[in-house]
Design a binder for this molecule. Sequence first.
Ligand code: NAD
Length: 356
Amino acid sequence: MTKKIVVLPGDGIGPEIVAEAVKILEKFREEGLDINLEYGLIGGAAYDETGTPLPAETLEISKQADAILLGAVGGYKWESLDISVRPEKGLLGIRSELNLFANLRPAILYPQLADASTLKAEVVAGLDLMIVRELTGGIYFGQPRGIRTLDNGEKQGFNTLVYRESEINRIGKVAFDIAAKRQGRVCSVDKANVLESTELWRETMTTLSKSYPDIELSHMYVDNAAMQLVRAPKQFDVMVTTNMFGDILSDCASMLTGSIGMLPSASLDENSKGMYEPIHGSAPDIAGQNIANPLATILSAAMMLRYTLDEASMADRIEKAVSKVLDDGLRTADIYSTGMTKVSTSEMGDAVLAAL
Ligand code: NAD
């Protein structure tokens, strides 16, 4: 049956980088991959046309889709808007409406780019870790929340960190299943010594691990995890953690690799339907110049082929093609170093296409 893919280019560099990933999907379609691409509006672009960052039509086609390929949202132009209609609201909205509770963020350091990391090459060379972040629960969504005025007239901001056992179990399962296809190790990150909600997180992960006898489970407090990520990141295989801890740790892990222009991500629901997007934002400072790095988006398309479309060999081909263009010395400006060949967004996309 034809798989429906919704393409949401979004704002800033979004349309430029998404176009390069689409070229590759189109090539696979010519080779026989049974997919249908449909475009939609999201973020600032959607606000400008419809007055909302997540139009009903976008949500409707996305709900019917098997997978979504997203560029990025946001930009200076929309920063002064009310928070309820800011571009980022469109992104948070689609994630929760589609119940995309599992965020997969690989941090892989291509050996060709070891010098791009701010850490010593021997600390990061060969790094291949997967952070599994809970995405629809925890403190970003917990109620009550707000800013209130106390009796003495002082203002107080408050948020609520809540996790149910079922939420912990379902994200735990994703992490254990992924570890089974990798090195078989899961490190669960919490703050169980201080926060009851993550004490429950730890207990639930421990119980769940009994159903996965081949996977080694360890636990780590988030402060130590942050330290270990920059001290010896290669000790980790799969890390699983809460929404807020994952937000912070995954950005830290991504910078171990040198460029955020290289890293893809996936957000999955219970049936492996997924939204695939680069981890970086809309980079308004370089938008429209054909200089952005499209590789994170191209690698996001590879994740789509692997996790939703069940086409692991096509995903492998993309990943190998990316490695080949790096071997050939092609670099966009963000990963350029002396002696390499500087290429534009579209030239990089064409080179990957040719290397397939
Ligand atoms: P950003 O990731 O857009 O940019 C940070 C820096 O990295 C910039 O200097 C940018 O030029 C560079 N960069 C990012 N992607 C690149 C690429 N593919 N190639 C080359 N260089 C790249 O983060 P920011 O500047 O903090 O945010 C800009 C806008 O993006 C804001 O409106 C923010 O809210 C939004 N944002 C969106 C997402 C998303 O859509 N998922 C994520 C983060 C930020």
